[in-house]
Design a protein around this ligand. Structure first.
Ligand code: SAM
Ligand code: SF4
Length: 359
């Protein structure tokens, strides 16, 4: 849904802690409607990408704070049946580390949205272990998959992720394609002085393999707080590098909707495919955001960069009924800010790093 610039809060309707009785959906004071639920299944990970996690890992969430499969399925069911959610994306940390992943996807794909359809089920994964899980994920009803891969070079992969698993990711990609989990999207983050020369080789590779490549600008969500605006690889840098090698034709901007990626049809060496850039920092798209987020420990976040969270786990475990949980969720979304504010001098990085929020 294209909304353009957010309206001001003054034009919004007054919220109440009990939510808005006349609209069951997850709306905010700027008129945006959240239909895309991002569920983090764990804060743990098999890799240690420097832009996301420190080498030693983090203080993992205690087991008892992590939502059980049943609790998660109950909240996802509520979101799809009562709150207008149409797409559920599973992420983390690394979602393949969650034993109940297939079960949770299967339960989600059996639901029916308010519009009478099956929800889209999607997975964002680093691909480690995907070779053994791809068939089961497809059988469970998974409809979309994004695999993160920043480099074609094994040594660089080790440098970026601090783990020697490049070949495992490539095996996971092959298995995903064989299981029919297409179209496969690849998420790549370019880092200055590390892999910033790989925009072109990554796209040649993706076109040859039939993958849809998405470059993501590095965001200030690393656990170390080391992100610097001036030393990131920008969308402009990437677009310039690609345009020198490929014929790039912008895809229909109307078709973008709330998608974070700006996309082009790319052609070179007789091959054609699509490529996208997610320019969260240099070309923010907050006015069109349709996301709501549930962390592995049951906190609702109305933005990746939110400083506040709403504790749905406590309400769930206190015996709150579905109508009460729905009211809490709606109220949490009502207060969503107009934008992430990364480019404001007053910006403060959220306490949780990317891996603990869910990318
Ligand atoms: N572990 C899974 C993976 O890597 O795909 C899912 C979680 S990960 C947090 C989701 C996506 O966020 C990945 O594509 C990763 O590259 C991206 N990401 C992590 N930290 C980031 C950052 N600081 N800026 C931009 N993207 C980031
Ligand atoms: Fe793990 Fe994904 Fe973060 Fe890399 S980006 S450390 S794979 S959660």
């Amino acid at each position: 849904m294209m909304l353009g610039l957010p309206r001001t809060r003054d034009e919004g309707r007054g919220p109440s802690v009990s939510g808005r009785p006349d609209d069951p959906r997850l709306i905010d004071t700027y008129g945006r409607v959240a239909t895309d639920l991002r569920v983090s299944l764990t804060d743990r990970c098999s890799l240690r990408c420097g832009y996301c996690m420190p080498p030693e890992g983090l203080d993992w969430l205690p087991h008892e704070q992590v939502l059980t499969d049943e609790e998660l399925i109950r909240l996802i069911t509520l979101a799809v049946r009562e709150l207008g959610v149409e797409e559920v994306r599973f992420t983390g940390g690394e979602p393949l580390l969650r034993r109940g992943l297939e079960r949770i996807i299967e339960a989600t794909s059996r639901l029916t949205t308010a519009a009478g359809r099956s929800p889209i089920t999607a997975l964002t994964t680093n691909g480690v272990g995907l070779d053994k899980r791809a068939r089961g994920l497809a059988a469970a009803g998974l409809t979309r998959i994004n695999v993160s891969l920043d480099t074609l070079d094994e040594a660089r992969f080790l440098q970026i992720t601090r783990r020697d698993r490049h070949r495992d990711v490539l095996a996971g990609l092959r298995a995903a394609a064989a299981a029919g989990l297409g179209p496969i999207k690849i998420n790549a983050v370019l880092l200055p002085g590390v892999n910033d020369d790989e925009a072109v080789p990554l796209l040649h590779w993706a076109l040859a393999e039939g993958y849809q490549l998405r470059f993501i600008e590095q965001m200030p969500l690393d656990a170390q707080g080391a992100w610097e605006r001036d030393s990131m690889v920008t969308a402009d840098d990437i677009q310039k590098a690609l345009a020198a090698e490929f014929d790039l034709t912008p895809t229909d901007p109307q078709a973008r909707g709330a998608s974070p990626a700006q996309t082009w049809t790319a052609t070179a060496r007789g091959r054609t495919g699509t490529v996208g850039i997610i320019a969260s920092v240099s070309r923010p798209f907050c006015g069109d955001c349709d996301r709501t987020r549930l962390t592995a420990d049951g906190q609702i976040r109305n933005c990746l960069f939110a400083r506040d969270e709403t504790d749905l786990r406590a309400a769930l475990r206190n015996g709150t009924d579905d109508a009460g949980l729905a009211r809490i969720w709606r109220a949490a979304m009502w207060g969503k800010a107009a934008g992430h504010g990364i480019n404001d001098t007053s910006f403060i990085q959220p306490d949780r790093p990317m891996s603990a929020i869910g990318g």
